[in-house]
Design a protein around this ligand. Structure first.
Ligand SMILES: Nc1ncnc2c1ncn2[C@@H]1O[C@H](COP(=O)(O)OP(=O)(O)OP(=O)(O)O)[C@@H](O)[C@H]1O
Length: 259
């Protein structure tokens, strides 16, 4: 895929003297499906907050030719950078279609958007198809299953024509089937978008990551393919604290309990 990649150089975020992100470099090429993993407190969410303008940071974050650091949140969003949070933020009283419509905006007034629509914009139809929510378009978002709400939120980014999606633990709390469906969705989305996923679920990461960055104590500990980071003794030490023992199997790489 052509388009903009994300280039992070010497990114630093400090909270009262504590270095939450401490000199991170990342090169995420267009069309990547990059997983950011690492133990609790590694700095993953803070890194995404810095990219999206939610926290002050030093260093450089470039999206294509544009420097993001120092820009307000809405200007960064306008460049085509969208994110989700750990808890889905959809309008529960409104239907799936209305949620997508509002996200798409398209200069319509609130009353027009709340009325049942005859002509659904192409971007909304496409987002319904991509997310598998076409049959649920007239249901209130509040009755959707947990996984479906996350997919709706991804759909709401797609209709805004984002180029880079930053997703914070998109499969947290999902069933096995929902996780599989989400992985397939992310693979579809990454065919023409760049996708960065913060994740704790190692099985999910192994199944769907195209590339992985492991963060630890605010720094990049390891980077590469799933196989490369799993074979990295530094990663094994951080996750298991016993790199000197017999090599752990791929399946035994698990993350510490959530705080
Ligand atoms: N607003 C803040 N003020 C002070 N410290 C913060 C703030 N936000 C995050 N931190 C600290 O920065 C460190 C990194 O936090 P962050 O949430 O980025 O980690 P994470 O890798 O996303 O962890 P998790 O996987 O648990 O979500 C933690 O020690 C956290 O307590």
């Amino acid at each position: 895929m052509s388009g903009e990649g994300l280039t992070v150089r010497d990114l630093r975020v400090t909270f009262d003297g504590f270095k939450a992100v401490d000199g991170v470099d990342l090169d995420i090429r267009p069309g990547d499906l990059r997983f950011l993993i690492g133990p609790n407190g590694a700095g993953k969410t803070t890194l995404v907050d810095a990219v999206t303008g939610l926290v002050k940071a030093a260093g450089s974050v470039r999206f294509g030719d544009e420097e993001l650091l120092g820009r307000p949140v809405h200007r960064i969003a306008r460049l085509g950078i969208g994110r989700t949070f750990q808890t889905a933020t959809v309008f529960e009283e409104l239907t799936v279609l209305q949620n997508l419509d509002i996200a798409a905006g398209a200069g319509r007034g609130p009353l027009t958007m709340l009325r049942r629509r005859k002509n659904v914009p192409e971007a909304v139809t496409k987002a319904l198809e991509t997310t598998g929510l076409t049959d649920l378009r007239d249901r209130p978002a509040g009755v959707l299953a947990h996984g479906q709400k996350q997919w709706l939120e991804i759909g709401m980014l797609l209709v805004q024509d984002v180029k880079l999606l930053l997703l914070d633990e998109p499969v947290a709390g999902m069933s096995h089937d929902e996780r599989e469906a989400t992985g397939a969705l992310l693979q579809r989305v990454s065919e023409d978008h760049t996708v960065v996923v913060i994740e704790h679920d190692m099985d999910f990461m192994r199944s769907f990551a195209r590339s992985v960055s492991v963060l630890h104590a605010g720094q990049v500990l390891s980077e590469g393919t799933v196989a490369e980071v799993q074979a990295d003794t530094k990663v094994q030490e951080v996750y298991l604290g016993r790199a000197s023992e017999p090599e752990p199997t791929v399946a035994s790489l698990t993350v510490p309990e959530e705080a």
